[in-house]
Design a protein around this ligand. Sequence first.
Ligand code: SAH
Length: 346
Amino acid sequence: MNPLLSKAESGGYLTRADLVELLALPKDDPDFQALLDIADRVRERTMGDGVYLRGIIEFSNICRVDCHYCGIRRSNKTLQRYRMPVDVIVDTAKRAEGLGYGSVVLQSGEGDALPPDELAEAVRRIKAETGLAVTLSVGERTKEEYAYWKQAGADRYLLRHETSDPELFARLRPGRTLAQRLQCLQWLRETGYQVGSGFMVGLPGQSLASLAGDIDLLRELHVEMAGIGPFIPGPETPLAGEAGGTVEMALKCVALTRICIPDAHLPATTALGSIHPMGRQLALNAGANIIMPNVTPASYRENYQLYPNKICLLEEPEHCAPCVAGLIASQGRYVATGQGHSPRVG
Ligand code: SAH
């Protein structure tokens, strides 16, 4: 057995070089499964067997950025751009609550997706009319906007750093820099949000050292949540011809993140479920403890395809709920109730 595994098991500090070595484990090496099993035990000890559900509401696909990886990038002209009215967002949140979910994530493109006042109004109403925790995921904004939405009642914010490699970042997000994204994460921290970040696995030009840097950055940011999923190349993007990330590499990244940040909430991502029929189940057994079922009304979904073959494209929220509950039970786990704040919040 690789001696780094005993270090991981006993809670020892994994250096970047250690992370690279573990990320290099081939999937047919018994140590590969041993690594995922260690993460599973850390998850069980720290977070228990409950799996929290966060209903994701993709309230607008309007975006000012032209990210090379993303299906709703500005220059994709094949999409019908939409913006859900505040009433529809609030009603959708209520539907999510009716399905037993304890929190919702309001996600959109970056920029003019919804005027800041309207987003604040949606947050205020959801907080007043439901018992849900609210997470925002609307990209890079000003510190004032972050503070404004926090005051409106938002609890958490998801802003994946996407890649910790500054050159790769600048290449994939034209006109934007990693430093700006990290500044936003800092502002979110200062404003008092529970902060989520994360990255894509298998981006073109991404090395193992770069992935180790991603995990190390999450540890440094001491995130409350981290979304980690495979990159999936999309037809209407400049990366259409590239290879995507693999299930195995994504699982190793989830497992190592669990080992490095034992008390973070880690979703079994939709992207993992989209490249492998058992992707989310495998992640639940490799450190993940969250699922984010899509609650966007079906009529909007086809215009929010961040990547192709996204699962559940034609489903209404009511169809996803029993399916996700079954998935969780099939892994010997249970659906956790309540808002599911970070254990650090108490
Ligand atoms: N505009 C918001 C939300 C982005 S969409 C923001 O900038 O934060 C949510 C996440 O989907 C992104 O952070 C990215 O990591 C992921 N994503 C986008 N395109 C993808 C692709 N082709 N494959 C896998 N994940 C992708």
